[in-house]
Design a protein around this ligand. Structure first.
Ligand code: ASP
Length: 315
């Protein structure tokens, strides 16, 4: 165990910040620090005891598969334990308990909280009422910082570098929190962006303005055939965020990657935070372009790095 800790410290696995709420709170050095730590964590993927005795509480007020399970897997691989819920209807929330009270109570039983909530800003609110670290696993349409870190980790691992790349984002750029976080993180790098979305689902202007302020070249593309990218980041249409389901029906199924459309993409790698609905034909899965399952696996070392770092804060 001592050797592990020394190795990690020697490789700069130092605390980034107490809470991981928004990718806006990270600068380029911190992002690169996480990517480096995740690489180190791959060596401990079979298990280590650096978080022995620590308990992670997972509070999932919204559905999740990958984020929930990979945080759980990460904590267990680090030697820690996990408690939590994935259905708030089985907790006192159903009796009217406030988020603040749920978090204050969870603090009594755990050392770190991972929270997913449908409300924008919920993770920040949670962090304000507890002294233990809080990690945002997605808050409404706002942010999904740990997804972004694993997205960047995947790009770096597969293509060697993030600088110099042209990155396409296709899908629901309005409600998709993963693309909101990712575009913000990419603004630290020397990249160009190509964006493509069904009408009405464009990137919010506060994000495009921010990107332009940081001199990121951003081009809106009308057709999939016009994309010329190194990475294509695809997202599903976020049905559950539409105030009016009729609006969803208008854009449903409006884009789909198939073996045929792959011709235009050349060697571009395709990423997707998943779940997919109908935007990538399963026949694409076995092509060398399809990296989304590897991307999901990368969530484990990245989240190991974040948990270890967050729990090292006051040691
Ligand atoms: N799993 C991702 C999220 O929680 C992407 C999605 O749901 O479309 O934001």
């Amino acid at each position: 165990m001592i050797e592990t800790l020394k190795l990690l410290k020697g490789n700069h696995l130092v605390s980034i910040m107490k809470d991981i709420i928004s990718i806006h709170d990270f600068d380029r050095d911190q992002i690169e620090g996480v990517l480096k730590s995740a690489q180190i964590m791959e060596r401990f993927i079979q298990g280590t005891d650096i978080l022995e005795g620590k308990i992670l509480a997972t509070l999932f007020f919204e559905p999740s598969t990958r984020t929930h399970l990979s945080f759980e897997s990460a904590m267990k691989r680090l030697g820690g334990k996990v408690i939590g819920f994935s259905e708030s209807s089985s907790t006192s929330v159903a009796k009217g308990e406030t988020l603040q009270d749920t978090v204050r109570i969870t603090e009594q039983y755990s050392d770190i909280i991972v929270i997913r909530h449908p409300r924008d800003g919920a993770a920040r609110l949670a962090a304000e009422v507890t002294s233990i670290p809080v990690i945002n696993a997605g808050d409404g349409t706002n942010q999904h910082p740990t997804q972004t870190l694993l997205d960047l980790y995947t790009i770096q691992k597969e293509l060697g570098n993030i600088d110099g790349l042209t990155i396409g984002m296709m899908g629901d750029l309005k409600y998709g929190r993963t693309v909101h976080s990712l575009s913000c993180a990419l603004s630290w790098f020397d990249v160009s962006l190509q964006v493509l979305s069904p009408p009405g689902l464009e990137l919010p202007s506060y994000i495009t303005e921010d990107l332009m302020e940081k001199s990121i070249d951003i081009v809106e593309v009308e057709d999939m055939e016009d994309l010329s990218v190194d990475v294509l980041y695809v997202t599903r249409i976020q049905k559950e965020r539409f105030p009016d389901l009729e609006e969803y029906e208008k854009v449903r199924g409006s884009y789909r990657i198939t073996i045929k459309t792959l011709d235009h993409l050349g060697e571009a790698i395709i990423l997707h935070p998943l779940p997919r609905v109908d935007e990538i034909d399963p026949e694409v899965d076995t092509t060398p372009n399809a990296l989304y399952f590897k991307q999901a696996w990368n969530g484990v070392p990245v989240r190991m790095a974040l948990l270890a770092s967050a729990l090292g804060w006051d040691q």
